[in-house]
Design a protein around this ligand. Structure first.
Ligand code: PAF
Length: 278
């Protein structure tokens, strides 16, 4: 496995690869969720490239850029064991050698960013799309793998690929959970033990919502009330329902409904997101 941190060497190595390339874009602090993406990429491609880059332009001024977990040695080990060919781990200066306020960005439209995570994180998806587009260009990947935990991100990247005719296949991958159903996230490391228990009420709300929906009697209001009750110790940012195909808000829930939650924990103020298809 090659660990590369500059663009010239990356281009050279990519040129030498034979066959298909599966790209797994990450911000490091890799966990079993990332591993599932890497394993799927390895099954479906001749070569796997993993990028590890905590992308500064997708973080807001008051967000956790500085304290975002960085565990390069563990990440490299995980990649090596999973058969990754190239890890691309650039510094911000390598990715953005020009003035950060003078960059060409990809800005998805309000219809998809002015809601859910995009609403509380202005500019976040501009940063995500811009870095992902750079990674697509640099890696020349055949396929790229994204987790469904960040469903809005996945939807926006799929739209970007379609709208801008990127020659790449986006492969959505299911959420990976701990045994107690907490969705895996690099930010789970911030949680105190006491908060972890409280955080479980996010996935509990979603699983109960699915059961309520399947019972055929519950209204959207009843599902929201049940979730709010379960999550009363959390600071709930949103509980929303969108059509999984169009990402439009839904007044009535149906078999195409994706229910999404964002909430912050009481002590460390950790922002967690999760979702479920009803
Ligand atoms: O999901 C992430 O980890 C990041 O948003 C991504 C896609 C690697 C872009 O920085």
């Amino acid at each position: 496995m090659k660990i590369i941190n500059n663009i010239k060497d990356l281009k050279e190595e990519i040129k030498n690869l034979k066959g298909t390339i599966g790209l797994v874009p990450t911000m490091g602090a890799l966990h079993d969720g990332h591993k599932s993406l890497i394993d799927k990429a390895a099954k479906e491609n001749d070569n796997v490239v993993v990028s590890i880059f905590v992308n500064p332009i997708q973080f807001g001024a008051n967000e956790d850029l500085d304290k975002y977990p960085r565990t390069p040695e563990n990440d490299y080990k995980l990649c090596e064991n999973a058969g990754v060919k190239i890890v691309f781990a650039p510094t911000p200066d390598v990715m953005y050698s020009q003035d950060k306020n003078n960059l060409t960005l990809i800005c998805p439209p309000y219809s998809v960013v002015d809601k859910l995570c995009g609403k509380s994180r202005p500019g976040h998806f501009d940063g995500v799309c811009s870095v992902v587009a750079k990674l697509f260009n640099l890696s020349k990947a055949t396929r790229a793998y994204f987790g469904q935990k960040d469903y809005q991100q996945l939807f926006i990247i799929q739209k970007m690929v379609k709208d801008l005719n990127f020659d790449i296949e986006i492969v959505p991958c299911p959420i990976v959970r701990e045994n107690d159903n907490l969705a895996l996230s690099s930010r789970n490391r911030y949680l105190k033990d006491s908060e972890r228990k409280i955080a479980l009420n996010i996935s509990k709300s979603l699983f109960e919502a699915k059961k309520l929906f399947e019972s055929g009697t519950a209204t959207k209001r009843a599902i929201i009330d049940n979730s709010l009750k379960l999550m009363e110790e959390l600071d709930v940012e949103y509980i929303e329902f969108v059509d999984v195909n169009t990402f439009e808000f839904q007044d009535e829930i149906d078999e195409n409904t994706l229910m999404l939650i964002a909430a912050r924990t009481p002590e460390t103020n950790t922002r967690l997101i999760d979702n479920i298809k009803l």
